[in-house]
Design a protein around this ligand. Sequence first.
Ligand code: DOR
Length: 470
Amino acid sequence: MDWQPWIEPSRCQRDTLPKFDRALESSSDVRTLIKNANCVLPSGVQKVDVLVDNSTILGIAPPAGAAADEVIDAAGLHLIPGVIDDQVHFREPGLEHKEDLHTGSVACAKGGVTTFLEMPNTRPTTTTPEALLDKLQRAASKSVVNFGFYIGATYDQATASSNIDVLKSVSRTPGIKIFIGSSTGDLLVDDQSALEQIFAETTLPICAHCEDETTVRENIQRYASTGNVADHSRIRDTSAAYIATKRAIDLATRHHHPFHVLHVSTRLETELLRSAPEWVTAEACPHHLFFSVDDYERLGTLIQMNPSVKTADDVAGLWEALHDGRIEVIATDHAPHTLDEKRQPYPKSPSGLPAVENSLALMLDAASKGKCTLEEIVGWMCEAPARIWQIDRKGRIEEGFDADLVLVDLQRRHTIENQNQLTKSGWSPWHGETLTGQPVRTIVMGQTVFAEGRVKTDVRGREATFRAAR
Ligand code: DOR
């Protein structure tokens, strides 16, 4: 293999704009044999060799002596499909001092995330075909992992106008993101008739940030002046999450529209999911699975995010819903802000935290403690997002699928340290935590992009493609 030198993340910035055409994209044109790994296959865990040809999985258990240019001996490791993180905020364009598409993707590579789907609350917002194309072109030139971008829904109360025509016509996107409650940025669609129209007239899958705007605004009047970050969970409280999630599930049910509830944070919402139709899916985030209101004293505004962290009982409810399938996906809502920004007094401190480079390791650590199995992790972080967003050839180790693969060491112990974080924001709310289990090698479309603790920053990921009607 023609190895490029390892390059520090900050030193590698390409600015060419490749077209989206698989045939034109550069390929590694090598055969790689991954030997001796315990592979998490759709049929279960099996010790089999995997042969990768160029960017595709050519064979599972290929005949002995199959020719390969490169052999990776993965004895003692597990091979899983690359993680697909269906909710990240990478801040480019507009807020690149927090993160950009290169640094965010480098953090993905370290974390075992081979495909990210990014949210539209950048500056400008991704609410026009031009803004979407701009992001796709930027990512093609600088992302080391595969990528996709949501199109955001808009509604202007003063003129009663929206971007419905864009939402109905745009392609090259996993789906529509609606902020039914406002969060970072100014995207908000709270008007019932506008929401009815989006669910009635569009065909792209929809996902939403569900926190009831009226409830949050009323609560702000009561708590904002106290300056106590714990009030964030009283302002963005259980009923704010419940009311908005109920409203959105009702819309999706009546309009029979594929719908994904982002970052479920309460046990009460998981009860709604019990009776939701099968075209309604949901996700949980590591911060809601590992933090609760009890952690405000220790971590303060570092764990301020939207939706807010809730009680220990809500955390338990989310785990139960993951185990019984009411919640299908784990994604990060990676939302980097600088430490200086986060250390401002509440409520000046922004909501959100970085997580993409630690989410898989956190889940492997949970598996080491008996909270879940590796197969469940693969279901939540790889298979389900590929299925829900109908991403072509991803989410499974299967012949003909893309060679997006991660080798994980289930025994390796490591400590998360701010100084080792590759996100441009340079910190983690899990700083100081020692975990058991770590991704040790990440392969994107057949090319190793992370190994031996370093990222190969000249690898380029590709635009994800989607099967759903669009
Ligand atoms: O806490 C959050 N921060 N929640 C969101 O929904 C947005 C995110 C951000 O972009 O900062």
